[in-house]
Design a protein around this ligand. Structure first.
Ligand code: GDP
Ligand code: IMO
Ligand code: MG
Length: 422
């Protein structure tokens, strides 16, 4: 009986899904706790690659019950497209449970997202345009429609129509694309009927499972520095990806959580706008994009790249109470002449080790690097720490030294078994 949280420690796409897929073998439940279809979680099994946006990454095991927790915002067209795609590839989604307390995303949320981004001009956030922010706004202003409401289809129809009429006005007020209210209502009646069998009281389900002795894995989407409170505001998402969010978004209590695994890429990437102290805008940055295939799973956008930043990582260790780190994509650094790790920020002649709380300070932080010679040999598929080249081992040791916690896994390739487990 244990509860494990998997959380991103940078700006997302650290390889959370690969680690979750690996850990899922010893868990009976894998539950998403926040975010929505802005996430793109890639699992590679043999020669098959799966990109999941809403379905928990434990879906590939028939011993696992995948749960979409109360903290998630659910886009039904995407969910059903994903279910159909998985089923057509022989993956059963019959065990999936969707929390009755989770909020639904509607077309007006996407229209609002697009209109707000357009209005921001040069100051746009670079959202995924999936309607995530506007859906959480509706939740917080107590105007949202929840999953459980689909169980009474007549009341649901009324609620959707009422909200649609009001939302159409709100969207057109900000110059957004309007929509046909009755078309949306009838589409969502069909979605609601299809959703009904998946709807569950997931809060009690998780507690009952835990009391029975099941192992539960709570799957984070996005990451620490995209967190609405602790990230690089306003260039963040609208939920709490940090480990504390796992309690809120699943209904398990903070004291039930035993293990918190921070997923860290051996370098750093970011999609969308916002500060990025260790960013590389030169040929080295290009090389990281090419070798690491750093293009967004959801939007196809080129990710910004830079060196690993342990100032951020120390902060992520603190705010998430990490118990360990999984360092992924180390193999992407195989061909570099030298590899750098940022271990401090220089500001006006002093070196800061604590991550600054002020955006203006972050914007002016000059990274202080520790430089290692490149190892110039392939680490792809290595599974034993002792088989990693010396400099590659050094990076792992720097991370442990800077954070004070163990690196329990090291990723050496996209596939399930390309991993050093220590
Ligand atoms: P997530 O959003 O954190 O689950 O990460 P994504 O799936 O968006 O992006 C991570 C990408 O890196 C995916 O394409 C994975 O298949 C791939 N990946 C994960 N771990 C490793 C690794 O150790 N090495 C390499 N080369 N690729 C990896
Ligand atoms: P996974 O789970 C990387 C980024 C967007 C944008 C900001 C706000 O795959 O790591 P939103 O649509 O959420 O309002 O966009 O957050 N973003 C992600 N970046 N990985 C993700 O998910 C992301 N989800 C959102 O690019 O900068
Ligand atoms: Mg991703």
């Amino acid at each position: 009986m244990s509860v494990t949280v998997v959380v991103g420690t940078q700006w997302g796409d650290e390889g959370k899904a690969k680690v979750i897929d690996l850990l899922a073998a010893s868990h009976q439940i894998v539950a998403r706790y926040q975010g929505g279809h802005n996430a793109g979680h890639t699992v590679v099994i043999g020669d098959q690659k799966y990109a999941l946006q809403l379905t928990p990454s434990g879906v590939f095991y028939d011993t696992v019950t995948p749960v979409i927790g109360n903290g998630v915002v659910v886009d039904l067209p995407t969910l059903f497209k994903e279910i159909d795609a998985l089923e057509s590839r022989g993956i059963s989604t019959a065990r999936l449970k969707v929390s009755s307390l989770a909020h639904l995303i509607f077309p007006w949320h996407q229209a609002m997202d697009a209109a707000q981004e357009a209005a921001r001009g040069d100051l746009k956030i670079g959202t995924t345009l999936k309607g995530i922010g506007p859906a959480y706004v509706d939740k917080v202003k107590r105007a949202g429609i929840r999953v459980g409401e689909v169980l009474d289809i007549r009341v649901f129809e009324q609620r959707v129509r009422e909200r649609a009429v009001a939302a159409r006005r709100e969207v057109s007020d900000v110059g957004g694309d309007t929509f046909d209210v009755e078309e949306v209502v009838s589409a969502f009646i069909a979605y609601a009927k299809r959703l009904s069998p998946y709807v569950a009281d997931t809060v009690n389900l998780l507690h009952d499972a835990r009391e029975r002795g099941d192992n539960i894995l709570l799957e984070g989407a996005q990451a620490t520095f995209l967190d609405i409170d602790h990230g690089t505001y306003p260039y963040v998402t609208s939920s709490n990806p940090i480990a504390g969010g796992a309690a809120i978004g699943s209904g398990l209590g903070p004291r039930h959580i035993d293990r918190i695994v921070g997923i860290t890429k051996a370098y750093t990437t970011r999609v969308g706008m916002g500060p990025f102290p260790s960013e590389l805008t030169d040929a080295l940055g290009e090389a990281l994009v090419d070798i690491g295939r750093e293009y967004g799973t959801v939007t196809g956008r080129r990710r910004r790249t830079g060196w690993l930043d342990t100032v951020m990582l120390r902060h992520a260790t603190r705010v998430n109470s990490l118990t360990e780190i999984a360092l992924t994509k180390l193999d992407v650094l195989d061909t570099f002449d030298e590899v750098k790790v940022c271990t401090g920020y220089s500001m006006n002649g002093t070196v800061m080790r604590n991550y600054p709380d002020r955006p203006d300070m972050l914007a002016h932080a000059v990274p202080v690097y520790e430089t290692l010679p490149g190892w110039k040999s392939s680490t792809e598929g290595i599974t034993k720490f002792a088989d990693l080249p010396h400099s590659a081992q050094q990076i792992v040791k720097i991370v442990e030294r800077e954070t004070g916690i163990p690196v329990s896994m090291v990723g050496t390739g996209p596939s399930r078994d390309a991993m050093v487990v220590r």
